[in-house]
Write a protein that binds this ligand. Structure first.
Ligand SMILES: Nc1ncnc2c1ncn2[C@@H]1O[C@H](COP(=O)(O)OP(=O)(O)OP(=O)(O)O)[C@@H](O)[C@H]1O
Length: 657
C-alpha cells in the first residue's frame, strides 16, 4: 500500500502514459495512412486512428484515476495484485500492464460492489480525493478485515455545490446503480426513480458501459440518448465525452422526427386525440385504404406481343401480399415483382429468355397497374387526407374527429401547416411505409411524459435493439403522461422489460424531500418511497409583500453562497421577474438563471428559488406535478417565495417548516 507521496508519483506515471498514448496515436495516423495494403483499408485505419488521436487530445483533463483495489492473497484471479481505476484505460510502459484500468472493465466491478460482508477478494479499497488534477488525499477501507464505512470523499462528492453542466459519477456509482449500468445489452429495463435518484446519470453511464462491453456490435448499430428538451441536452452533453464516448447521438424525440417544420399549434383536445394509441389504427386504415382491388387484367406490350395477367391472378397476388403484413413500400415492390414473375413464367413457357433488360422493361409496363392498385404514397399525403376528414372510420368518436380535422383544410399537401403532434403521426405513417433506421440501444429519459404514439416512434427504432427507460410517474406533466410502467413498456415494444426502482436520492436534501412528498399524495401515483442520502441542506418558505421584491431579496442572499442559483417560476411570470432582477443589477449569467417551470425537468441548481407555487400549480392541468418537479431541483437550498396563499396541498407542511 503506497503513501500519498507514492500515489503522487503514480500520477506522474499516468501522465507520461497518456502522453505516450497520444503520441503513439498521432504517429500511427501518419504511418497507418501509408502502410495499409489497399486504399480502402488505409482509409478505414486512418479514420480509426485519427478518431482515437482526436479523442485523446480532446478529452477533458481530469484526474487519471479515482480508486484503487488491492486484492488479497486468496483472490483466485488477482491474488496480491493492485489496480488503479480511472475514467479510461492508460497503457503501461514498454508493453507492460496498464497503469490505469477502465472503470468498465470486469475487474473494476469490485470497486463498486465489494463490501465488508462480501469483499470479493478485495483486501483494501482506496478512494482518492482531488482538487482539480492535484491529488490531495485518500481513504482506505480494509474490506477483508470487515472495515467499511461511510466515505468522506463520497459524501463530499455527493454534497458538493453544483455549478455548470452535469458531471459524471464514475467515482461514486452506488451498488444499486451499478446493477443497472452493467445490465445485459439484450435486457430492456425501466428505471422508476424519485427526483435525484440518479436515473439520468445511470442512463448515461450505461451508454458508456455498453459501448465498452459491446463496442463492435454497437458501433455499427449505434446508441441513441433521447431527452426532453434542448436545455436538458445542453446540461447532460458533457458527461459522455468526459467518459471518452464522443459518438453517441443525443437528441430530443421532436428533433429526431423533424421531417417537416412545425408551424402550427394544436388545441389541447386535438393533441390528446393525436397522441392516442388509436391513431395508429386510423393511420393504418388510411394508408391501406389506398390499396384497390384489381378490376381488369394487366396487358403488358412486349414487341408485337402483349402479355396478360388475369384479374383473378392479380387479386390473388394483392391479397397474398396484404396478408404478409410487410411495410407498405415493400408490399408495393413485392406485388410488382410477383406480376413480373407471372409474366416471366409465361415467357419461359414460350421458350423466351428473360434477361435483366427484359425484366426491367416488363416491370415498367406493370407500373400503371401498380399505381392504380397499390399507389406509391408519401406520409404527408396520407395525413393530409386524414386531417381533411377523408377517411372517417369507426376508430374515433365524432367529437374526436371534430377535434383533429381541419376547420378550413389547406388547399394542398404543400400548403399544409403541421403541428408537433403531426410530426409523430407523419413518423407513424413513414414507419408503415418503410421501417426506419434502428439503433442497438436507446436510452429514453423522462419517459413518463411520452404519449402512446411517441412510444411507438421509439419502439420502431429499437425493434431489434434494447431500451433503457428512465422516468418518474410523479413527474409526468403531459396530458398523456404514464400512470403505469408495464403499460408503457408494452407500448415501447418491450412488454417483458423489467421495472426497477431506485430509492436513494442524491440531489435533494431530506427537508426538501419531505416538503415535496406532501404533494405526492395529491398526485395520485403509485411510486415507492425514497430516502435522501443528504441530511444537510436548507428549506425556507417566505411570504413576501410582493413577489418580485421577495424574489429579488432571495436572489441577493442566494448569491452570497457558492454554486448555481435557479429562479423557477410559472412561464407567464418569467419575463417580469427577469426584468425586476435586471433592474436591481441581478442579471442572469453563468451562475444565475430564471427558468420557466415548463423547462426545468431533469435540471438542478445548487440554490433554487421557487416563485409563487400557486401560479405554477394553476398554469396547467397537471400543474401540481409541475410544482413537484420545480421543488425537487435544489441541491443545497430551497427558497419558496410566495405573495399569494400556497396551494392547499403544500401549505400543510410548509407552515410547519
Ligand atoms: N452515485 C452518485 N454519486 C454522486 N452523485 C450522484 C450519484 N448518483 C446521482 N448523483 C447526483 O445526483 C444528482 C441527480 O442525478 P440525476 O439528475 O441523474 O437524477 P434523476 O433521477 O435523473 O433526477 P430527476 O428525476 O430530477 O431528473 C446529480 O447531480 C448526480 O450527479
Amino acid at each position: 500500500m503506497g503513501t500519498l507521496e507514492d500515489e503522487k508519483q503514480y500520477v506522474e506515471r499516468c501522465t507520461a502514459g497518456l502522453r505516450r498514448m497520444l503520441e503513439g496515436a498521432r504517429d500511427n495516423v501518419i504511418v497507418g495512412e501509408s502502410v495499409a495494403g489497399d486504399r480502402y483499408s488505409a482509409e478505414r485505419l486512418g479514420r480509426h486512428l485519427k478518431s482515437l488521436a482526436k479523442e485523446l487530445s480532446e478529452e477533458p483533463e481530469g484526474p487519471p484515476f479515482f480508486g484503487r483495489l488491492d486484492f488479497g492473497q486468496d483472490s483466485a484471479e488477482h491474488s496480491g495484485r493492485a489496480y488503479h481505476i480511472g475514467r479510461r484505460h492508460i497503457t503501461g510502459e514498454h508493453g507492460g500492464p496498464p497503469v490505469v484500468i477502465d472503470w468498465r472493465a470486469p475487474v473494476a466491478r469490485a470497486f463498486y460492489r465489494a463490501g465488508a460482508r462480501d469483499p470479493q477478494g478485495v483486501a483494501v479499497r482506496r478512494r482518492f480525493g482531488w482538487s482539480g488534477t492535484t491529488l490531495t488525499s485518500f481513504e482506505d477501507e480494509r474490506l477483508e478485515q470487515g472495515e467499511e464505512g461511510k466515505s468522506r470523499i463520497l459524501a463530499a462528492e455527493i454534497e458538493r455545490p453544483r455549478v455548470g453542466p452535469m458531471r459524471d459519477i464514475v467515482a461514486t456509482i452506488q451498488p444499486e446503480q451499478d446493477d443497472l449500468v452493467r445490465a445485459d445489452l439484450d435486457a430492456s429495463i425501466c428505471v422508476q426513480g424519485a427526483p435525484g435518484t440518479g436515473k439520468t446519470a445511470v442512463g448515461l453511464h450505461r451508454a458508456a458501459y455498453l459501448l465498452y462491453a459491446h463496442r463492435q456490435r454497437l458501433e455499427r448499430s449505434g446508441v441513441l440518448v433521447l431527452g426532453p428538451n434542448r436545455a436538458f441536452l445542453g446540461y447532460i452533453s458533457a458527461v459522455l465525452p468526459a467518459l471518452g464516448e464522443m459518438e453517441v447521438e443525443q437528441t430530443t424525440l421532436e428533433r429526431l422526427l423533424a421531417t417537416v417544420p412545425v408551424t402550427a399549434v394544436d388545441s389541447e383536445a386535438a393533441a390528446i386525440v393525436k397522441h392516442d394509441a388509436r391513431m395508429a389504427e386510423v393511420l393504418r386504415r388510411a394508408l391501406y385504404g389506398r390499396i384497390g382491388k384489381p378490376v381488369e387484367p394487366v396487358a403488358v406490350p412486349d414487341g408485337s406481343y402483349r402479355w396478360r395477367v388475369t384479374e383473378e391472378e392479380l387479386r390473388r397476388i394483392v391479397d397474398d401480399t396484404r396478408r404478409e403484413s410487410l411495410p407498405y413500400g415493400v408490399g408495393r415492390e413485392r406485388v410488382q415483382a410477383r406480376v413480373v414473375a407471372a409474366i416471366r413464367r409465361q415467357a419461359e413457357a414460350r421458350g423466351q429468355t428473360a434477361n435483366a433488360a427484359w425484366t426491367r422493361r416488363i416491370a415498367r409496363g406493370v407500373t400503371p397497374f401498380l399505381d392504380a392498385v397499390w399507389p406509391a404514397v408519401k406520409p404527408a399525403e396520407v395525413l393530409y387526407g386524414v386531417l381533411r376528414g377523408d377517411t372517417a372510420c369507426g376508430v374515433l368518436t365524432d367529437a374526436e374527429w371534430a377535434a383533429i380535422t381541419w376547420a378550413k383544410p389547406p388547399r394542398s399537401v404543400k400548403t399544409a401547416k403541421w403541428t408537433a403532434a403531426d410530426l409523430v403521426l407523419l413518423d407513424e405513417v413513414a414507419g408503415l411505409i418503410e421501417r426506419p433506421r434502428g439503433y442497438g440501444h436507446v436510452i429514453l429519459d423522462e419517459a413518463q411524459d411520452l404519449s402512446p404514439m411517441e412510444c411507438r416512434a421509439v419502439a420502431r427504432r429499437s425493434e431489434h435493439g434494447s431500451l433503457t427507460v428512465l422516468g418518474d410517474l410523479a413527474q409526468g406533466t403531459t396530458p398523456w403522461a404514464a400512470s403505469s410502467w408495464p403499460e408503457r413498456m408494452a407500448l415501447l415494444g418491450k412488454p417483458d422489460g423489467q421495472v426497477i426502482a431506485l430509492t436513494t436520492g442524491f440531489r435533494v436534501p431530506a427537508a426538501v424531500v419531505e416538503l415535496a412528498n406532501t404533494l405526492l399524495t395529491a398526485l395520485d401515483v403509485q411510486v415507492p418511497a425514497t430516502r435522501s442520502y443528504r441530511s444537510d441542506g436548507r428549506l425556507r418558505v417566505t411570504e413576501a409583500a410582493g413577489l418580485e421584491k421577495g424574489v429579488v431579496e432571495a436572489v441577493r442572499e442566494a448569491l452570497a453562497f457558492e454554486g448555481s442559483v435557479g429562479v423557477i417560476a410559472a412561464d407567464a411570470d418569467v419575463e417580469a421577474l427577469t426584468s425586476a432582477l435586471g433592474d436591481e443589477g441581478l442579471k442572469a449569467d453563468g451562475r444565475l438563471s430564471v427558468q420557466p417551470a415548463s423547462l426545468v425537468k431533469g435540471l438542478e441548481y445548487d440554490h433554487v428559488i421557487v416563485a409563487e407555487p400557486a401560479a405554477i400549480a394553476e398554469a396547467e392541468r397537471r400543474g401540481l406535478n409541475r410544482l413537484y418537479v420545480a421543488l425537487t431541483r435544489a441541491v443545497s437550498r430551497l427558497d419558496v417565495v410566495h405573495a399569494r396563499p400556497l396551494p392547499p396541498q403544500l401549505s400543510r407542511s410548509a407552515k410547519a417548516s
